[in-house]
Structures are given as structure tokens and as C-alpha cells.
Write a protein that binds this ligand. Sequence first.
Ligand SMILES: Cc1cc2nc3c(=O)[nH]c(=O)nc-3n(C[C@H](O)[C@H](O)[C@H](O)COP(=O)(O)O)c2cc1C
Length: 199
Amino acid sequence: MTADLFALNADAQDLLFREAHTAKKFTDEPVSDEQVAAIYDLIKWGPTMTNSQPMRIVLARSEDARTRVVGHMLPNNAEKTANAPLIAVLAADMKFNRHIERIFPDAPFMAQMYEKDDFREPIADSQAWMQAGYFVMGIRALGLDACPMLGLDRPGLDADLFADSDLKCICVVLIGKPAEDAYGPRLPRLNYDEVVSVL
Ligand SMILES: Cc1cc2nc3c(=O)[nH]c(=O)nc-3n(C[C@H](O)[C@H](O)[C@H](O)COP(=O)(O)O)c2cc1C
């Protein structure tokens, strides 16, 4: 049983991975700001290139914000988004380098390196995605479920919500307690031999 090889106990492994599912339906139980803060305070320790931390979390809590996000979801995602206790829009700050001098006061080359848009922007995107993965695991660590979604009109959402900012939506994540019929059938995963090769 490979579960024995981990430093994390088997229950925690189940909670984060083996038993964790993508919820498609949630109970009405609200998700508080305190819970979101707890998730962020845990997942902020995940690594990013040069500690760049480009992911931003935009919580759509008002009726107006929720309706606007739902309006950009593809039809198969609209209803579950409209009914979710909490809608989080995850975005990349395309000018995350505004914080770099504070984080690395003694390394001016970092600021210079990130001045070039064609170097900085793919890093904003890829590193925000790394943090999005940590975010999903943080949600699970709190005993909640996440439904990350890419089935939406991201340029449309950006134009609607982020027109006056440097944020670009990477995905939308629904957060809450799973309803009884929250899960579809467990889809198969690729086997070790299909994924790992040794050179
Ligand atoms: C980046 C990303 C985008 C996804 N987009 C959608 C989506 O648009 N709609 C949806 O219902 N599920 C979406 N999913 C959920 C996946 O289909 C789901 O996580 C996967 O099939 C595994 O399901 P399981 O966790 O229940 O095993 C997305 C997942 C990720 C990580």
C-alpha cells in the first residue's frame, strides 16, 4: 500500500486526493470570508517562480457580480454557477511585478527581467495556474469541495469585470459543501506507466 510511504496520514491523503471529487452541486451552506482567508493563508505558501504570486481571487458575492459571472459561463456551467454558495474568479495579475521590488529589495535585476511584457505575461499566466492548483487543494483541506471551470467566455468576463485593471481571468471556481448528488461517476486516471518514463 503506497499510502504508507507518505508523511501525510492516509485520511488526509483521501481528503485531498483519493476521495476528493469535483462537486457539481452544493448545499446552501454559505462559505464565509473567514474560510476563504484560511484557505488563502495556507495556500500562499505554495511555490511560484521568483515568488511572483500572480494569482488574484475575486469573490463574486453581490447579486450583480454573481449574475455577471453566470452570464459568461457556457450553458452547461450556468446553472451550477448560479446555485453555488460561493463563486471565485481566479485571475492573473499581468503586472504582478509591481510587488517584486518589495519582495526582493536587493535584486534589481528581477524588476528589470519582468519589465518585458513577452517575458512577464506567460509567467503571470503559468504561475497563477500553479496557484490555482494549490487553491483547489486548500479548499479540499478545509473539508469543502471545489468545481474549477474553464467552460466560460474569459475575454467576455475580462471585459465585463476587469476592463480597468491588469487582471485576466484564468478560471472560475465554485466552492461549497457538496450536495448528496454532487458527484458524477469517478473518471479513470492514467496509470503510472502511461505517464512516467525514465530516460
Ligand atoms: C482547469 C479545469 C477546468 C474545468 N472546467 C470544467 C467546466 O468547465 N465544467 C465542469 O463541469 N467541470 C470542469 N472541470 C472539472 C473536471 O471535469 C473534473 O475535475 C475532472 O473530470 C475530474 O473529476 P473528479 O474530480 O470528479 O474525479 C474542470 C477542471 C479543471 C481542473
